[in-house]
Structure formats: structure tokens, C-alpha cells
Ligand binder design. Structure first.
Ligand SMILES: Nc1ncnc2c1ncn2[C@@H]1O[C@H](COP(=O)(O)OP(=O)(O)OP(=O)(O)O)[C@@H](O)[C@H]1O
Ligand SMILES: [Mg+2]
Length: 350
């Protein structure tokens, strides 16, 4: 763990504001100290205790390093306000100041250390849970693969026995081919989910990206009697820095889900727009919707309500978007249906 370990859930901007806030707090308390007459002992006592606030905050937000920096900085700022150390009459008083400085230098590092330890433990817990879910994934896949494999074995056996009647053999072999395809898809999904994503980002026109993806699912939409509607701002010149292949893979998963969730003759809309400094891609359907309490759950691997589904579609989308420093939102599409929104930064950090 590094000396200053900030909370990874906070953005650089948030950390900057927090550090600024604590710095101003320290300056304000120090100013109060120096602007108050020495005789006003009670007020000084209150200001001295106030120093614990920035110490604890820096320890919590920046770990051990933050705690140490805060205690040392406050010690340096505080020492000049202590009455002369040599005055024997003030010796008892000075002991209080001295102990307070010792406390500053214990509390800061202690809070920071405890925060670091808590982070370390929760990271280890996360890794353990991840490993467990991967183990569960592998066993689920193996289980799912067993059935089509057994079927393939059976079909091929029957086909071979019926070679005297080529038409029936062909029918069986076609079924075998379908099962093989299913297995291939499961394995590809599994790999896409389990493998670390090494993005190859390039500037891509948003409009091309969306239109190309729509073309890939046009056949499926037609089969389900769904109309695909593309909405992109006219003369849109939006360029998105992204890994085209991965992003299209994610969009395709959303479109396939939307098509599968829609009633016949429904409309699935895919919309691309720029909003503040973000690019939004929305996939909207008129299906039965997803209850609010289910929305987090379906981002977990292997959660599916479909017979042939692997439940890896949305986890893959989420993974791809997170790798692009974006996020996935799931909302209602009144009066019926769901709106999936990919929010991507216009200029993805390199
Ligand atoms: N647009 C949608 N409308 C309603 N429910 C949805 C929608 N998209 C996803 N879901 C629900 O979320 C579940 C998980 O979706 P996900 O894409 O992860 O897996 P899947 O579609 O079931 O299987 P796979 O994508 O692997 O074929 C789906 O089974 C479905 O119940
Ligand atoms: Mg899916």
C-alpha cells in the first residue's frame, strides 16, 4: 500500500476538494488560535480540540500518509502558540500542551492506519468473492455444457446409424450443429467475461458505431417482428474514443435483450447524443420492464430468466463500460419498457 492511499471510489476532483477543505479548516483553526488573546484559555482549549477534526478527516480520506501529514502540519502550526516552555510557573499547563501534541501524532497515524487496514481487508474479501464467483461460473458452464454435449453424442450416434437414409441423418446433424453453436457462444461469453479487457481505443464516429451495430442485429429484429429505430442528432460529428469491437459487443448485447424483451411489432430505439462532456447511448424497448429491485441483481453473472441464456450479457456490458471509464444506468421507459443508458466520457482518459 502506498504512503498516501486515497479512497479509490473518489474521483480526482473529489479528492482535490476534500484536501482543499481540510487545508482551509486547518488554516481557519490556526487563525482562530493566533487571533485570540492568550488569556482566553477556554476558547483556546476548544480550538485545540477542533484540530482533531482535520486530522481524522485526512486520515480517513488519505490513509496513513494523510494522517501523518495532518498531525505533523498541525504540530508545526500549533507549537508557536504554546506559552514559553522555560517558565516553571506554567510547567503544569505546558504538560497539557505537550500531551495534546503527542495525541495529535497518535490519532492521525492511527486513524490512517485503521482506514488502510479496513481497505486492505475489504479488497481481500472482494478478491475472495470474485474467485468464488469465478469458481461458480466455471461449474455452471461445465454443467450447462454437459447437456448439449450429451445431446451431440446422441445425435451423432443416431445419424451414423441412419446413414442409409441421408435426409434424416442430415436433420440430426443439423441439430448437432445447433448445439455446437450454442456451446461456442457460451464459451465466447465466458471468455469475454473472465478475461481482462485490454482496450484498443481509437477515435470512432458515434454514428457509424451505432449504425453498424444495428445492422448486425437487423436479422434478429426482423425474426421477432421488431422495428429498430435509430435516433442520432442530425449532422452529428461526435467522435468517441473507444474500443470499437468491445463497445459494439456491449451494444449488441443490449439490443438483443431489448428485442427479446419486446412484444411483436414493438419498437426498439437506439439513441446517440452528447450531454455535457459525455456521450450517451441509449437502448430503449417497450417490453415488460425490469423492477427497480432487480436492476443491480441482473448485472451479476449468470442471472437469467431465459431458457437458452447464460446471464453473461449484461455483466459483459457493465465490464466494457467500466473499462471505458463510463457507467451503465437502467431506467424505466414509461409507460412500458426499459431504458439502458451507456454514459461514456467524450475523451476517455488514456
Ligand atoms: N431489456 C430488458 N427488458 C427486460 N428484462 C431484461 C432486459 N434486459 C435484460 N433483462 C433481464 O436481465 C436478465 C439478464 O440479462 P443478460 O443479458 O445478462 O442475460 P440473458 O439475456 O438472460 O442471457 P444472454 O445474454 O447470456 O443470452 C435477462 O435474463 C432478463 O431477465
Ligand atoms: Mg442478454
Amino acid at each position: 500500500m502506498t504512503f498516501i492511499s486515497s479512497d479509490p471510489r473518489l474521483s480526482k476532483k473529489q479528492l482535490f476538494y476534500r484536501a482543499g477543505f481540510v487545508f482551509i479548516l486547518i488554516i481557519a483553526i490556526t487563525a482562530l488560535h493566533y487571533l485570540t488573546l492568550r488569556e482566553e484559555a477556554i476558547r483556546h482549549l476548544v480550538y485545540r480540540e477542533l484540530y482533531f477534526l482535520p486530522i481524522i478527516l485526512l486520515g480517513l480520506w488519505f490513509g496513513l500518509g494523510g494522517g501523518i501529514i495532518a498531525s505533523l502540519l498541525i504540530t508545526v502550526l500549533y507549537i508557536p502558540s504554546i506559552p514559553s516552555w522555560s517558565s516553571s510557573a506554567l510547567m503544569e499547563h505546558n504538560l497539557g500542551y505537550f500531551l495534546e501534541i503527542v495525541l495529535f501524532n497518535i490519532v492521525g497515524p492511527l486513524v490512517g492506519w485503521l482506514r488502510n487496514r479496513e481497505f486492505q481487508l475489504s479488497r481481500e474479501k472482494c478478491e475472495a468473492e470474485h474467485l468464488a464467483s469465478m469458481g461458480q461460473a466455471v461449474s455452471c458452464i461445465a454443467h450447462d455444457m454437459k447437456t448439449p454435449l450429451t445431446a451431440i453424442g446422441g445425435f451423432i450416434y443416431q445419424a451414423r446409424k441412419r446413414l442409409s437414409s441421408p435426409a434424416r441423418a442430415d436433420e440430426r446433424l443439423t441439430l448437432a450443429g445447433k448445439q455446437v453453436k450454442r456451446m461456442e457462444r457460451m464459451i465466447l461469453d465466458m471468455l469475454a467475461f473472465a478475461k481482462p479487457l485490454n482496450l484498443e481505443c481509437k477515435p470512432e464516429p458515434l454514428s457509424d458505431l451505432i449504425r453498424d451495430t444495428v445492422t448486425t442485429v437487423a436479422g434478429k429484429a426482423h425474426h421477432h417482428q421488431i422495428r429498430l429505430q435509430v435516433e442520432i442528432e442530425e449532422d452529428s460529428q461526435t467522435i468517441l474514443r473507444c474500443d470499437r469491437h468491445r463497445l459494439q459487443q456491449g451494444l449488441m448485447n443490449l439490443l438483443v435483450n431489448a428485442i427479446e424483451a419486446s412484444p411483436p411489432h414493438g419498437v426498439v430505439t437506439i439513441r446517440g447524443l452528447t450531454m455535457k462532456k459525455e456521450v450517451w447511448i441509449e437502448v430503449i424497448d417497450q417490453g415488460k420492464g425490469i423492477p427497480a429491485e432487480e436492476r443491480q441483481k441482473i448485472l451479476q453473472p449468470f442471472i437469467t430468466t431465459k431458457r437458452g441464456g447464460t446471464g453473461l450479457g449484461l455483466p459483459i456490458v457493465n465490464k466494457v463500460i467500466t473499462a471505458h471509464a463510463g457507467r451503465l444506468e437502467i431506467n424505466n421507459n414509461p409507460p412500458a419498457g426499459t431504458l439502458f443508458r451507456l454514459r461514456l466520457p467524450e475523451n476517455m482518459p488514456a
